[in-house]
Write a protein that binds this ligand. Structure first.
Ligand SMILES: [Zn+2]
Length: 94
């Protein structure tokens, strides 16, 4: 699993440099990469016995709210800073 994630990272970083942004889902993590950052966000597991991949459930009552499932909310997001973000956009808008 670890080796596979490293391989994915190695494949995505050059891709992110060539294109504006890239995003993909790998296992229980969602990977987002652009010129400024790489972000690995935990996502819900399909095999989770509690949320079955939905990431949470609605709690009914007087004040209904979404309850986040621990299969992803208990894991930390990983961020890697790449280029500093410029104070203004470096590409002209179309
Ligand atoms: Zn869950």
């Amino acid at each position: 699993m670890r080796a596979r994630t490293t391989l994915l990272l190695a494949a995505v970083v050059p891709l992110a440099a060539a294109t504006a942004a890239a995003a993909l889902k790998a296992g229980h993590l969602e990977l987002y990469a652009d010129r400024h950052r790489i972000r690995l966000t935990p996502v819900a597991r399909r095999s989770c016995p509690q949320c079955h991949g939905d990431g949470g459930w609605w709690v009914t009552g007087a004040d209904p709210e979404m309850e986040a499932c621990g299969c992803w909310s208990n894991r930390r997001e990983l961020r890697i800073r790449l280029l500093p973000i410029p104070p203004w956009p470096d590409e002209p808008p179309f």
